[in-house]
Design a protein around this ligand. Structure first.
Ligand code: HEC
Length: 409
């Protein structure tokens, strides 16, 4: 769909009309928000925008966009444009509580609610956690969503991968599976509609990357609108109305990372060598930490040709979860000061060990040795390490004690 630019003349008229209407007491501003019409939370986002505008005595403009995308993803440029030109705030943006903050170039409001992936069971089921499912149980999950990863930790369960959330819900309704792991807002929307009397039960999932905070995204130029939004949310929460506005899709407040424990436990089970190096890697605070600058010359560990091949293989095998620009999606960002940080204390061998033992998360260890090495070369390049005449080999990568610190701009 086409984006319409924020229309200045009309905005002025509206502002003047509003000032007249309210007798010019508090200068009524214009609040323009972008709402993703493809998101199951669109109705909730709209209610929230209306409540905020009412609190601010602002004229509300809603710009609806279709965020479903055609590559199943989130197009960063598109978002930057939206937040830069089409509206002051993009509402209802879910941020993984375990992984990363706002997408690069944008700012995020304080989280006002949280939601996430949930375990859904049919009526009458006594199962409330993954561990209560009988060994060998099929669990429906939707193609290319985070819950596909949970089978790595729950090897007694079998993934029944479906093409859409609706497929997964149908499988549950027909008792073809004893459980499904799905995005809560989608399930809630289904229950509110056709599935109202289905008796499906919803339980939290205590797994990494299952919990998301809802924020408003904005461009730094719209800071005043973001400040006003936060004030309005605080007031709405104080009046007790926020929970009602978010229900049933989300709950108020923020959730913290589940990552340190969950990940330490998982890695320990799958590979003790990784555990030793990983225990210090989380949590990674969000925000712009200063990049590290070493005076020592950085070693050239790989060749430019390897990095180039690695880029293509990354696109093919990793970008779906880590983002085409390594910015992070279902999986964490693999580039930048929040990834290769002093706190994380990564060495090349730690990251390489994760790659070869745990990645791609849905099919660990499935790539050829050379592919992993080339992808490692690409990650080094993207984090500011120079190429040289010597090729990186598999054994070197597995043993390299070179520290991985972001050396970008
Ligand atoms: C299906 C999604 C998915 C795919 C595909 C995938 N990953 Fe991951 N990756 C994840 C998730 C989720 C995590 C976080 C795991 C955790 O915290 O325990 C992760 C973690 C990592 C980490 C550790 C990062 C850190 O900060 O601790 C690296 C490195 C990594 N992945 C590299 C890759 C590479 C390279 C590929 C392609 C060969 C790949 N991943 C494919 C989902 C994926």
């Amino acid at each position: 769909m086409k984006l319409t630019r924020h229309s200045r003349p009309r905005a002025w008229l509206v502002a003047i009309a509003a000032v007249l209407l309210y007798g010019g007491t508090a200068a009524a501003a214009d609040l323009s928000v972008c709402i993703d019409s493809s998101s199951p939370t669109a109705a909730m986002d709209t209610r929230l925008a209306q409540a905020v505008a009412q609190h601010e005595h602002a004229m509300l403009q809603i710009h609806r966009f279709d965020g479903s995308g055609d590559d199943g993803g989130f197009d960063l440029d598109h978002f930057n444009k939206l937040a830069g030109h089409s509206c002051d705030l993009v509402l209802g943006f879910p941020i993984d509580a375990d992984a990363h903050g706002a997408p690069p170039g944008l700012k995020a409001s304080t989280p006002y609610g949280h939601t996430g992936f949930v375990l859904v069971t049919p009526p009458g089921s006594h199962v409330a956690t993954l561990d209560q499912l009988a060994a060998g149980s099929n669990v429906a999950v939707t193609y290319q969503t985070t819950p596909n990863l949970y089978f790595i930790d729950h090897r007694q369960l079998v993934a029944d991968v479906r093409l859409s959330d609706e497929d997964s819900l149908r499988a549950l309704a027909r008792h073809q599976v004893p459980a499904a792991m799905l995005w809560e807002p989608t399930v809630r929307r289904y229950l509110a509609g056709a599935g109202a009397h289905s008796g499906l039960q919803i339980h939290p999932l205590h797994e990494p990357h299952a919990n998301f905070n809802l924020v408003a995204l904005y461009d730094a130029r719209h800071q005043p609108a973001a400040d006003a939004f936060e004030q309005a949310i605080t007031a709405i929460q104080a009046s007790g109305r926020l929970a009602e506005l978010l229900a049933p899709y989300a709950r108020t407040g923020a959730v913290g990372p589940s990552r340190p424990l969950a990940r330490a436990a998982r890695v320990e089970r799958s590979d003790r060598r990784v555990a030793r190096h990983c225990s210090g890697t989380a949590p990674k605070p969000v925000g712009n930490r200063k990049p590290h600058h070493d005076d020592d010359a950085l070693p050239a560990l790989y060749t430019a040709a390897q990095a180039e091949l690695g880029q293509a293989k990354f696109k093919e095998n990793c970008a779906v979860c880590h983002g085409p620009h390594l910015e992070g999606r279902a999986g964490p960002a693999l580039k930048g000061a929040n990834f290769a940080s002093e706190e994380a204390q990564f060495h090349v061998r730690d990251i390489f060990t994760i790659l070869v033992h745990n990645m791609p998360a849905t099919e660990p260890g499935s790539l050829a040795h050379d592919d992993y090495v080339q992808i490692m070369a690409f990650l080094l390049q993207q984090n500011g390490y120079p190429a040289g005449p010597q090729q990186l080999t598999y054994d070197e990568a597995l043993n390299s004690k070179v520290k991985l610190l972001y050396h970008g701009e």
